[in-house]
Each structure stands twice: as structure tokens, then as C-alpha cells.
Design a protein around this ligand. Structure first.
Ligand code: KG4
Length: 333
């Protein structure tokens, strides 16, 4: 089965062609250069840029796959969550393609794409597993029972992990997106130099909160400046990153133990963070848990994961009605 996947939920225009589980093409047009001058994603600019990129990106994905639209058996598109204006570009484009070609259409939840992205790799986990999805818009924990059954166990109560990375980077005058900048600086910093808080929340809670940590970094920077001291940017980055990584690893392993599940899977842009990957590897090894994380190219938003999630959704539930609409908050779990 040939599947065309289309993703425009935030600031990346992406399309891919899969032959069942095998990737034939995966094309991405990033808008980072546009949004970096504003220190974050500007929704209207994102939608307008998707409008310009969608046709060339989808055409390139088809060309690179060696197939044409007439060969495609299924179109899969991100239905939500995300920025409504951005989602509407990909969703309307996919609907139009389906309408004129008669190819069935399926709308998928972006979170399902991130949870399943690890199946684009050679080494695949088996169900059930705990999935931690950490990106610019979410930090959520799911129990995945199969390819279409996900239960939400915990989620962010305020800033998502990636959002915290981006906001702290902005405080330190580092460009957007902040995650890669902070992890880069952290390499030459001391992660024990500043004791930033870890928000564990109520006992047993699997929710996350990163806004207090961000405020704590801001207070530290203001204090240092008031006392006329130069900011130790590398140390701040390393200490901040460690606080995020501590909470993400501890809560995810706790979720696995609580659910009696011995496999953990990561997904989302933040899961390309090297320190996070290393800490998970170590903690999972110590606790006899199998650990899976996609390569960085599949951690970030991409069309291949949407094609894959759509394939499984279509096999289980069939095609979507063309009267469906997009949504801004995840409907998963
Ligand atoms: O999943 P994703 O590509 O898309 C959106 O959520 O839009 O995630 C992007 C987020 C950004 O917040 C970015 O700063 C963060 O992932 N990110 C990272 C790293 N690479 C990207 N955060 C920490 N460390 C990284 N290496």
C-alpha cells in the first residue's frame, strides 16, 4: 500500500511517501529561518509559508518516491493538534487531493505520529509500551496498547519541555529554536553548578510543569546581572537541561513501573536531545526496561510518521469523511 503523508501542524511543511512501513521519500521544508528573527513561531507567518511550500513539498515527495499521485492508495494528513491556520493548509490540500483523485483520506492525531515514529526504524518495540512525547507544544506520557489505542497518563500543566528550552534560550539571547542551542552550550557547562528546581508535583503525579523552572532561570539571570556578574551561559544551560532531563526520565520510568510495562519509547523534537537520550539509556538499563528512540530526523515533525500513523488508522477504522475539521488540542487518550 502506497501512502502519502502530509504534515503542517506548526512550522514545518512536510510530506513523505511510504510503501506500507518502508520510507520511499521524506521531504521537509523548515521555517526556522523565518521565525528565528521573532524568537518563536508567528502563527500567521507559519500559515502563509505553508501555503507557499505545500505544493512543492508534496510534489517533491512524490517525485523522489518514483511514483505519481495516481499510484497512491491512501492520503494521510495531520488533523490536530497544532496551530489552526497551519493545520488548515495541509488539511485542505489533502482534502482537495482526495476529492479530485478519489484516493481515500485519513486524518491523524499528530501525537500518534510521534508515538509511532520509532516504527520507522529497523529496531521496533513491541506493545504495550510507555511513550513520552516531548516537543515544542507538548510533554505527554501515554500507554500505547497497539497501533491505534493510546491512553493519556500525564501531560504538561503549563509550558511544554521544548517551549521551556525555547523560552530559556530567548532569555539567554540564543536563537530559535532554543533546544539545539542549549544542548550545544550545555556540552561545555557544569550541570551541578546551579540548583534549579525540579517540579515533581503531587506524589505519584505523571503530569509535568516547566514554567517554574523557566522563572527560576530568569530570576537567576536577573540576580547575576544586578550583582554585576557575567552570565555563565554554559553552566546555566547545563543546569537547566539537567533539571528537565531529571523530571522527564524519573516520571517516565515511574510510569512504566506503575503500569507494569517494560518498554519505553520517546518521540518529538526534544527527544533528539543527546543528554536526554543518554540518561534514558542508563536509567532503562538499570531498571531492566527496553528503550527505543527514533533518529533525530524522525524525532522532529515529519511526513513519514503521519503516513505511518494514517496507515494503521485506516487499516483499523477505514477512511475519514470529507466533512471532518481540524482541531487544536490532542484528542488522543
Ligand atoms: O516536535 P518538534 O519538531 O515540533 C514542534 O513541536 O513544533 O519539536 C520542536 C521543539 C522545539 O521546542 C525545539 O527547541 C526542541 O523541539 N528541540 C530540542 C532539541 N532539538 C529540538 N530540545 C532540546 N534539545 C534538543 N537537541
Amino acid at each position: 500500500m502506497l501512502i502519502l503523508g502530509i504534515e503542517t501542524s506548526c512550522d514545518d511543511t512536510a510530506a513523505a511517501v511510504l510503501d506500507s512501513g518502508t520510507i520511499l521519500s521524506n521531504v521537509l521544508s523548515s521555517q526556522d529561518e523565518i521565525h528565528t528573527q521573532f524568537g518563536g513561531v508567528v502563527p500567521e507567518l507559519a500559515s502563509r509559508t505553508h501555503l507557499q511550500s505545500i505544493y512543492p513539498v508534496v510534489t517533491e515527495a512524490l517525485d523522489r518516491s518514483g511514483y505519481s499521485l495516481a499510484d497512491i492508495d491512501l492520503i494521510s494528513v495531520t488533523q490536530g493538534p497544532g496551530l489552526i491556520g497551519s493545520l488548515l493548509v495541509g488539511f485542505s490540500f489533502a482534502k482537495s487531493l482526495s476529492l479530485v483523485s478519489g484516493i481515500p483520506l485519513v486524518g491523524v492525531d499528530h501525537m500518534a505520529g510521534h508515538i509511532l515514529s520509532v516504527f520507522l526504524e529497523e529496531k521496533k518495540p513491541s506493545f504495550p509500551f510507555i511513550a513520552l512525547v516531548v516537543s515544542g507544544g507538548t510533554s505527554s506520557l501515554y500507554l500505547a496498547a497497539d497501533f491505534t489505542t493510546f491512553s493519556l497518563l500525564g501531560r504538561t500543566r503549563d509550558d511544554a519541555a521544548g517551549e521551556a528550552f525555547d523560552k530559556v534560550a530567548k532569555l539567554l539571547h540564543l536563537p530559535y529554536p532554543g533546544g539545539p542551542q542549549i544542548s550545544d552550550k550545555a556540552l561545555s557547562g557544569n550541570c551541578d553548578s546551579i540548583k534549579f528546581p525540579r517540579a515533581w508535583l503531587d506524589s505519584g503525579s505523571l503530569d509535568f510543569s516547566f514554567s517554574g523552572l523557566k522563572t527560576s532561570v530568569m530570576n537567576h539571570c536577573n540576580r547575576e546581572k544586578q550583582q554585576g556578574r557575567e552570565l555563565e551561559v554554559e553552566d546555566i544551560c547545563a543546569s537547566f537541561q539537567e533539571a528537565v532531563v531529571d523530571v522527564l526520565t524519573e516520571k517516565t520510568v515511574y510510569a512504566a513501573q506503575k503500569q507494569n510495562v517494560n518498554t519505553i519509547v520517546l518521540g518529538g523534537g526534544v527527544s533528539s536531545n543527546q543528554r536526554l537520550r543518554k540518561r534514558f539509556e542508563k536509567k532503562c538499563l538499570e531498571n531492566n526496561i527496553s528503550f527505543f528512540v527514533p533518529s533525530p530526523v524522525y524525532c522532529t515533525d515529519n511526513g513519514a510518521m503521519i503516513a505511518l500513523a494514517g496507515y494503521y488508522k485506516y487499516c483499523t477504522f477505514g477512511k475519514m469523511s470529507l466533512s471532518e475539521d481540524v482541531y487544536s488540542r490532542s484528542q488522543l487518550g
